[in-house]
Design a protein around this ligand. Sequence first.
Ligand code: HEC
Ligand code: HEC
Ligand code: HEC
Ligand code: HEC
Ligand code: HEC
Ligand code: HEC
Ligand code: HEC
Length: 671
Amino acid sequence: VSAIAVLRRGLAGWLVLGACCVAPFVVVAGDDDPLVVTSGAAPGYVDDEVCGECHGRRAASYHAGVGMARSFGQPGPESYVEDFARATFVHQRSGQHFELARRDGRLLFRRWQVAPDGQPINLFEQAVDYWLGSGHHARVYLYRTAGGELYQLPVAWYEQERRFGMAPGFDRPDHDGMLRRVRRECLFCHNAYPDAPAGSDARDAPQTFPARLPEGIGCQRCHGPGARHVETVREESARAEAERRDEIDLARVRAAIVNPGRLAPQLRDDVCFGCHMQPAVALPGVRRFGRGDWSFRPGQPLPDYLAQVDVDVEGQPRGERFEINHHPYRLRQSRCYLEGGGRLSCLTCHDPHRKVPPQERAAHYRAACLTCHRADACTGAKHAPRPGVAAGDCVACHMPRRRTEDVVHVVMTDHLIQRRAPPEAERLAPREERDPVITGVELLEPQRLPSGPLGEIYRTLAALQGHASAPVVDRLGRLLNEAGVDEIEPWLALAEGQLKQRRFGPAERTLARVLARRPRLAQAEEWRALALAGQGRHDEAIAALRVLEERGEAGPEAAFNLGRILLGRQRAEEAVPALRRALERRENMVPAWFHLGNAYAELGRDDEAVQAYERALALEPTHSGAYLALGRALLKLGRRDEALRFWRHGARAAAKPEPIAAALAAETAPH
Ligand code: HEC
Ligand code: HEC
Ligand code: HEC
Ligand code: HEC
Ligand code: HEC
Ligand code: HEC
Ligand code: HEC
């Protein structure tokens, strides 16, 4: 048991602990500030600012420079790294114009097109609610819907090129526009845990977020929940004060918090790997059954929380792949790691609380190399000197930067420590965005995961995320029956796959099985209604969805599906309120706007139909059906010029322009 002196300064209630080792810190003793402690899905956490009260120096250096401290936040003057003078641009491939502008202390996003008459058309405006990414490399922008879901906007800031451009994955004619969902997995890696209700992070729980979100990856994502630690320090200090002792029991204080540096090597690595080990951004790992997204704690084995997979990509051996989040993936291929006797870890080179300033960079990393290599070990620096590189700058030659394959406007440090890296022109050559063709999926650490059919189920579930093809869905069904798996997550995934394959009968049976185990599970009941509707059992489907609505458990999809089915049964009058309820929660739901337009058109409420179609097109300016229907509604209202304007534009901009061109030709043909 080690102990440090408690120095009494005569300040009421204050004890100043003269620290021997870590950093000087001040302890607020007694019952001063009641700690605000989280409960729910991630209980026992305090505001990360509390840590700084005692570990001030560490907190200051973390916040001053480390990207992780500034990985997520709200727009505001202090948080900008962007050059907004360059925030208006045209994306030629999709024919869309973009702008980010600061207005009245807020950040406003706009997207529009230009019609053949030279005027803007299909304008979409949205206030930005959050940015994601410190901007050390890149930053993207998110907005929140009324129902608490998060969506990504299609533009990004690229720091290394100091310009805005299309966000990763959006540089294509048919990009997702403003409709790409941000799921909990994304914030798991990019932020501290939110204070969210228990169970709200389960697989079947809606992808909604509490109104208040933390800002940045705080201390406790690496150190675990800190309330007990802080309470222990306070208790110990109060007791020492009362007993007029000069020492507190530091062992107790330390035991109440995780220090990754003291964990067994594998568990220590797991702390970082939960967020940094991502073999393929295209196929993320699968949460272990029964585990909520916010349930991982430092000190636990990562594979108990996440079954990670590695992939094979067509035409590229694994050793050549390089993505933005490949630090451990590449490091582990290095001889230094493989032959280093388990000594090489992230911490060999990185202090996670401190950003190494550029002028210290060469010496800092050289020192790390020299923990294993002798200063004269290099057989190359002298023979193959590089202009502008000092012989002591080991990483400049052995860990150089390289352009990533998934985020083509970013270069990162290749953590494969190589004898001879490819020449710079090759490493940094411009790249086009390209979807990798995945030809194989295998578990990343099979020896730490269940073997046999259960392991195979995780592997299959990972593959299913890429493409729900019939053979993969069948395979999952067979495996689940063989293995007699009881947990509901894989059965829900099977039902989803069956629905996507339009195999409604089998989906209904799968969901019945889920509901037998978890009666009234909203997700299962909602999908069961879809399976019923798919088999033509519309009245049963409508009744089931109405029950969900009455229980207040219907998300926007359920309300939408109800409206859709009602509309299909010529019950437009009832469809309207259902579709409106969907849009009250998710105001960017394009099919809901489109069918709401159809419902109004059927009821002869053409003005309202026009508004709904216009909204659909502002969100999705390639929606052929909306152009056609909007033109027809405008013609009915006698607004022929506007109808022709949309058709002229749609004949160029829609995904399927032919029917629009035909309608335009028929309308403008001389009678
Ligand atoms: C009230 C003061 C106080 C607060 C607040 C506080 N700590 Fe500590 N912390 C201490 C003391 C005292 C020690 C023991 C110092 C030592 O070991 O020399 C310590 C030690 C640690 C250690 C080292 C444990 C080990 O095994 O070596 C970590 C990690 C740590 N704190 C993290 C945190 C985090 C994270 C927070 C915020 C949730 C936090 N602390 C809040 C006082 C505090
Ligand atoms: C498995 C964890 C993980 C997931 C999931 C993940 N990321 Fe990342 N992301 C990372 C890590 C780690 C980095 C690279 C570290 C760095 O940039 O220094 C990164 C880098 C980034 C960057 C560049 C940050 C910068 O300036 O350095 C952006 C922007 C980003 N990710 C956006 C996203 C978005 C949006 C999602 C979800 C749709 C997402 N990421 C999903 C872990 C993840
Ligand atoms: C990205 C992960 C990460 C984050 C974020 C992080 N730490 Fe740490 N912390 C570590 C690791 C790893 C160690 C062990 C370092 C070592 O042994 O080399 C550590 C060690 C410590 C120690 C003990 C130091 C010692 O040598 O006894 C304290 C205290 C501490 N951290 C406090 C904090 C505080 C306060 C914050 C937030 C301001 C924070 N940490 C954020 C990973 C992290
Ligand atoms: C909660 C997820 C998470 C954990 C846990 C985590 N990281 Fe990170 N790390 C990230 C993300 C995300 C980024 C990129 C942040 C950004 O720049 O926006 C990042 C960035 C970094 C950077 C670059 C920092 C900079 O200033 O650009 C280093 C180095 C790093 N992490 C090391 C570590 C180490 C070492 C550990 C384990 C002790 C660790 N990380 C644990 C998510 C995480
Ligand atoms: C042998 C030394 C070494 C080890 C081990 C190491 N890194 Fe790095 N890392 C570097 C260097 C060098 C840089 C570039 C620093 C700079 O440019 O200032 C870097 C940069 C980073 C960055 C910032 C983005 C980038 O690519 O430039 C992240 C994130 C990162 N490392 C994560 C990790 C993680 C996670 C681990 C553990 C798996 C790890 N590193 C292990 C040397 C190392
Ligand atoms: C944990 C110990 C360790 C650290 C730290 C370490 N290495 Fe190594 N490295 C090794 C071992 C072991 C080998 C393989 C045997 C040998 O060549 O000595 C190796 C091999 C190499 C090789 C030959 C690679 C090949 O493919 O033939 C190079 C180059 C190298 N290291 C450079 C570095 C540089 C540069 C750093 C710092 C950024 C570094 N190493 C850090 C242990 C380490
Ligand atoms: C100017 C570029 C450059 C710098 C700087 C440099 N190296 Fe090298 N290093 C090389 C080249 C090139 C080779 C390969 C020589 C060969 O293949 O014959 C090499 C080889 C090595 C090897 C493998 C030796 C062997 O024969 O197995 C090690 C280890 C190594 N370097 C470590 C270091 C360390 C440590 C530093 C920093 C003190 C460093 N290098 C700095 C270019 C460099």
